[in-house]
Design a protein. Structure first.
Length: 409
């Protein structure tokens, strides 16, 4: 009987102990504690809804909050700040509220979120220097068919993009001397304006500002467009085919459709057709819109044809220059004592000796032996010592004239 009563008492005591444990667990869950002090179910984080980037923020805290954490999250990442010290103010670290945007702030104690709120951080005013970009750096001055873009990216002193809708002003000094002003607003972090080409070459200088922030000067080059046809003329011509003198092929100004001179260094190819139909090409480069060319007189009498081309399809007129024979007679004598042929005296169109250093081409047949006889004081000499005995046909060529003789050694 005693044994049964003892078992019954033990069962009652165990049941009571279990009830006490369950009650205590329920009480602890309903009332979590930090540092042995009760924590309220809800706690309002005392911060404004919005603030400016870089503002120093503080929240009040009670003694029970010591050791709790503030978890601060924004688009740049997460930072955790432990609440230290006695009751009073807890100030956020200076590096925390620097980026503009939306922040999520949580107060956690013993791993439990006690309070949460959102904070909007706004950028401050634009700071100098205003970042400005220009592209492309040059365009064709073609009356508005091409354009470049000026772009500004205003940021505050903490490098936050300024608020959308911030006004940005651009000022343009154009090559024609006019001044233009345009105002736009930031959108998607930037403000921009297109700069359409004018019809005059030169520099477009751009200034920019927003509030008190000013940007660097930017320069857009407006270059001449595609050239148009031009004309050429021959000046300072000595009209005799002596292959010694030179004359000048002078071009008109080569311009685009708006009258702008082509850029210095524009290549002009001159094609020259000689009197015998042979072709040669010479090149010139434009300086101050003109591409002049110095041409050597031909050695054949007749018409010399010259035409200039730019880019293959921009042409000059077809210029024709007539050249006369530099001599009217080509006398030849044989000096038997010195065994040499004497060509001359060769007299020019003004009654003068032809120029010293001019050359007479001498060809012997049969054999095809060719010699060049250099003129000195109106005469040229060609030796016949190396010829074997026999009869030769000798041809002399000079100044567009040709003479053939029979020679027997």
């Amino acid at each position: 009987m005693n044994k049964q009563r003892r078992k019954y008492n033990i069962l009652i005591i165990s049941s009571l102990s279990l009830l006490v444990c369950l009650f205590m667990a329920y009480f602890l869950l309903r009332n979590p504690a930090t540092n042995s002090v009760n924590i309220p179910e809800k706690y309002a984080i005392n911060l404004p809804e919005t603030t400016k980037a870089g503002t120093r923020l503080c929240i009040g805290h009670a003694e029970w909050m010591k050791g709790c954490d503030l978890i601060i999250e924004n688009s740049w990442g997460i930072s955790i700040q432990k609440i230290e010290g006695e009751s009073g103010l807890c100030c956020l670290e200076d590096s925390t509220i620097r980026q503009s945007g939306l922040y999520d702030i949580h107060l956690t104690c013993d791993g439990k979120i006690i309070a949460a709120r959102k904070l909007t951080v706004l950028p401050t005013a634009a700071a100098e220097p205003l970042e400005v970009y220009l592209g492309s750096k040059s365009i064709t001055a073609d009356g508005g068919r091409h354009w470049a873009m000026i772009t500004a990216i205003p940021v505050d002193s903490l490098q936050n993009p300024v608020a959308a809708g911030t006004s940005v002003e651009f000022d343009f000094f154009r090559p024609d001397g006019s001044v233009q002003k345009k105002s736009t607003q930031t959108s998607n972090l930037v403000a921009y304006e297109k700069i359409y080409s004018g019809s005059k070459v030169g520099k477009t200088i751009v200034g920019s500002k927003t509030g008190s922030a000013v940007g660097q000067e930017k320069v857009l080059l407006e270059e001449p467009g595609y050239p148009t046809n031009f004309s050429i003329m021959a000046v300072k011509v000595y009209p005799y085919a002596d292959s010694r003198q030179f004359f000048l092929v002078e071009s008109s100004e080569i311009t685009d459709e708006f009258g702008n001179k082509v850029a210095d260094g524009t290549l002009v190819i001159y094609t020259i057709r000689d009197a015998d139909g042979s072709l040669r090409q010479l090149t010139a480069y434009s300086i101050d819109g003109r591409a002049n060319l110095v041409v050597q007189n031909p050695d054949l009498a007749g018409d010399l044809s010259i035409i200039g081309r730019v880019f293959g399809n921009v042409n000059s007129n077809d210029l024709s220059v007539n050249f006369k024979r530099v001599i009217t007679d080509l006398p030849v004598q044989f000096d038997s004592k010195n065994q040499q042929l004497i060509i001359g005296t060769l007299i020019g169109p003004l009654g003068q000796y032809v120029a010293d250093g001019s050359e007479v081409n001498v060809e012997f047949q049969p054999g095809g032996l060719t010699k060049t006889a250099v003129i000195l004081e109106g005469k040229a000499k060609a030796s016949t010592k190396e010829l074997k005995k026999g009869t030769y046909t000798i041809t002399f060529k000079f100044g567009g004239m040709e003479k053939t003789i029979k020679f027997r050694k």
